[in-house]
Write a protein that binds this ligand. Sequence first.
Ligand code: SF4
Length: 446
Amino acid sequence: MALSGVEIFKLLPKTNCKKCGHPTCLAFAMKLAQRQATLDLCPDVSEEAKQKLGEASAPPVRPITIGSGDKAVKMGEETVLFRHDKKFVNPAVFAVEVRDSQSEADIASVCAQVISSEIDRVGQKLRIDAIVISNESGDAAKLEAAAKTVASKAAGVPVIISTTNPQAAESAVKHFTDKKPVIFGANAANVEAMAAVAKNNKAALGIAAANLDELSVLTEKVKSLGVEDIIMDSGAKKAKEIIANNTLIRRAAIKKNFKPLGYPIINFIQREDSMHEALVATVCVAKYASIIVLSSMEKWKNLALFALRQNIYTDPQVPMQVEQKIYNIGDVKPDSPLFVTTNFSLTYFIVSGEIENSKVPSRLAVMDSEGLSVLTAWAAGKFTATKIAQFINESGIEKEVSNKELIIPGYVAILSGSIEEKLPGWKITVGPREANAIPTFLKSRV
Ligand code: SF4
């Protein structure tokens, strides 16, 4: 069970030395109890206290990493029920299924789609993260052949081997040695053998239960067999069952610190109708799935799900930002217009979108304003004449343009004189206040 703030306080050094960044040990203990701080911030805590507190301060949903290298994905580690309480930590993993009854060419084609699914959005790489290899045929040799194809055609992509046959799992998992795969399919009938395969191959083990009661019994059993990295399927298939079970699991883990359900959730939601599948996937993204298994990857579906996942897993207290740099929009020439704006992602998308709409190739200088929009950044002293001038000078853009003209947002027209003073030789033009006036503004200059 979770310790209270006072119980934690009793285990701390009680010197109030402030090294943890809190004014007193009691204040730090309260933060630990609320899971808003981590024990490693106190350098003087005793080994005995560390052991007692370690478990109490561990995240209620166990963190698990699957895969290896730069495509590895981390899941779990969540501490809240609602995103506005703090933030959701590790984004849901999208996995697509291949079946061992499919031809080698079809499996290779899915692998190629997974590899090419990556897009860049607001500086983050988003993609289909994993492949589920299902033993649909029931034949161990076919599962192994499918695993071999995935291992060679989608090298580095995390895999989930789905079978209830321990021997089939054993032969397939060999193709992912040291790649931290998941073996999915442990149930009441095969749990000992499946746990042994997972343990011997350093794999995570996925439990397929019929309901939540069975699930909590099985997770305890698997843990007692020496496998700590567990992924849970409660058996829910319909959207309303998924919402109900996933919510009960997350509440039990977070509110009650109920360890048997403190593991990442996997939802298998394959549907024949892709739109239906996408809708169910949105439910899973919003309600606590760590792995969502899809049947297909249409571009429209990927884009919708990637954007939803990114938005839900963004820290609501930290504005989304784009990278500070000069963005070329269209086929720019030395005399193309040069705009400057802040790096709030919404500002960037709206301004760059309107420049694109204008069909007038332009440069957009995006300045780091800690993710604030133009007026807010100006009011906060982060989008000032001095800072804009320094950014333009350091960007080196002067060498690429033939007419040293900088177009500033209409909302900060007041800065035009002082920027001109700080950027000798540059002409400062006041652009529109609203981005939707950019096309008319640009066309009027041609
Ligand atoms: S660093 Fe440790 S001993 Fe010092 S105030 Fe924080 S909790 Fe107390």
